[in-house]
Design a protein around this ligand. Sequence first.
Ligand code: GPV
Length: 843
Amino acid sequence: MGADHLAHKELLWKLSSTYLPNDVGSLQRSLVRHVEYTLARRRYKLDDNTFYQATAHSVRDRLIERWTDTQQYSAKVGAKKVYYLSLEFLIGRSLGNAVSNLGLRGAYAEALRQIGYNLEDIMSEEKEPALGNGGLGRLASCFLDTLATQNYPAWGYGIRYKYGMFEQRILNGQQVEFPDYWLTDGNPWEVERLDVQYPVRLFGHVREFKDQEGNTRYAWQGGEVVMAQAYDTPIPGYGTYNTNNMRLWSSKPSHEFDLASFNAGNYYGAVEAKERCESITSVLYPNDATDEGKRLRLKQQYFFVSATLQDIFRRFKKSVGRTATTKIQDMPKKVAIQLNDTHPAIAIPELMRLLLDVEYLSWEEAWEISRNVFAYTNHTILPEAMEKWSVPMITELLPRHMQIIYEINHRFLLEVQKLWPNDDTRLSAMSIIEESTPKMVRMSNLAVIGSHTVNGVAMIHTKLLKSTLFPDFLLMWPEKFINVTNGVTPRRWLLQANPALSSIYTGMVGPGWVNDLKRLEPIKTMAQDALFRQRWRAAKQTNKNAVVDWLYKTMGIQVNPNALFDMQVKRIHEYKRQLLNVLGIVHRYAEITQATPEQRNQMVPRVCIMAGKAAPGYVMAKNLIMLVCAVSEVVNADAACRDLLKVIFIPNFNVSLAELLIPASDVSQHISTAGLEASGTGNMKFVMNGGLIVGTMDGANIEIAQAIGEHNMFTFGAKASEVAAIRRTMSHHPPKIDPRLQRATQMIRSGVFGKPKDGEYHQLLDAIDPHKDVYLTAQDFPSYLRAMDEADAQFQLEEKWTAKCIESACSMWMFSSDRTIREYAAKIWNVEPLPFRPPKHQN
Ligand code: GPV
């Protein structure tokens, strides 16, 4: 190395090694510089959107310095990394999260204020990326926030869909889907890595040959090659320099591909083929917990997995090169891959293919590595959600993977036969291949067999997972199955979403609660303090007023700010039983209209808010939305209800709306048929924000009740252990219908809320006929009403109610994703935090 070279290096280091200054004046100069030079705008007459862009770029500069330093540091140390593979990341808006995690919210607010802008207004200019459906995608994003905050070396990998979750509008009382092209204004939070591209093969054939040692080897050849282009987004931790990476892939045509097709003289055909390449990452499939089995979806999954594994492999091999002692067999010491449900499970045969066909390892060696790298999280036991791909489809699209899956299965079934000779029933239940026509590949069986650990997401869910979904696998590998109860990040769901409550917390215990939620526990005793309860109520009222203003401004609806705010906001699904909620509302409406003025005076005013998207092909879910809208129209127009009852369906529920609504709820509903909601995470967010739950003993509700005390939750309904027996008896001994349910359904059937021409309401109500009430809606109706009445009664006891809210909210530490991630790190990944401290900085 020459002296010149060293001098250059030193100068370069000097030029780049200081962190940007964060005083108000410097932030202002950075904002103006971005307006002028990044956005190429004049300095006067700027709208909020321009200033959003400039602010985002200014914040991004500050993220980037921490991000590159963190990445360089973890590469240097050679630490084990976690890779969270997910087809969905529901990140929500980034600006507020970034300034808050960087500790620069105050400074930016002041910098903007002095030049005539309001940070909150600027923040609401950001278009929310909706690259996920619901709970599963949002969980992935909470995890990324915690991983960075706790200084774990971890990357998220996913797809950069051009069209995210559709935009839901309500037209003529029905859901209509509109494309969500979220990139119209560009995306200042991502960096396109033109130097990070990988070829991904599809179709083609497998060639068999002998290697030098005479072993039979396989090569996958021909077919089409698509390119995967990396886009990186920095994920800042809260109160730390560590900034992790979320790498999303976008598909584009490869040059080889271009030339071949164009040379064939088929111009139109070639252009069409190019379009097909780009279509792979064009749209997020809008099915939540249901499997569509579409070919393009399998292409998406494989495309994503192939690019991701090439990338992980390249990074790992680079680190092997750095230390002479590490070899490919050490991959599990450096790499932990978490599969977010079975959506990325094709990664298992893909890693096997890389180890066998590219690295030339033996099957045994490859399998050992692969199994120690992967772990799988299951998020549902609903049969309609179990991913299955037809053997002919995989054979056509991924011929080599089909071979490998057969080989995995063959070797696995030999083991099963050794354990249980002549047990064909067990053999066919455990097989990766379902012997149907056509044959199907069960991705969940593949994921279980190919992972070292399988986890459920709440205690009851893990229990059911073991007993109903994988009982045979449990016998074979009892230690493989563990529970890791979900959690949510207090940064987005408290600190950002609820400044009013957050400042109370910080005033009481200092700012440390934000990454150590246990510190709120002592505040529980303050539930006995009348003055504190008053401050608590004031914070809740502030949040309710914000919703009141928003409803008036955006929907023109006026609501009573003192009413009980009741919310059910989540994907529309039969098992989540929004129908139970609507039937309860219709019952309440009937009660109000039949009440005397004196009785009305005794009633607790309610604002019932519902929101959520229905999968475009899910008829029952769409019918449900229709019914809610119709009920809302009639009830809200009825003078008898005035201040007593308002019913509102808020269109286009997303992360930003959740941040507005959740802090304002008095009661929220988590009322799935027991045993069917794996965990739920909205339930956690509502309670953390000082709301109470009306809920079934399902998913994480059970653990929440345990943590906050059962007296603080309005529980009802059949228990999971009772559901099967109830279903069995109902066909021959249908239960008597509750007269109040009878009246409510009668009102709906008779046209009080209109008569849609295709009998949509009849379809909904036929499904709760007591003979075949699959989701136990009629069954649970009476106890549901009892729970609702109890909530009404308690709500009137204002002081006692507030005490309940305080006690509950301050008992929620175990539902912080910080606790969740610590468990994953210790029980599954075996990784340690690696805090990065900058060598030199001037703030
Ligand atoms: I599988 N979940 C989801 O949002 N989408 C899916 O495709 C599947 C599961 C949800 C479950 O329904 C929730 O109960 C759970 O809280 C969430 O995943 C996160 O684990």
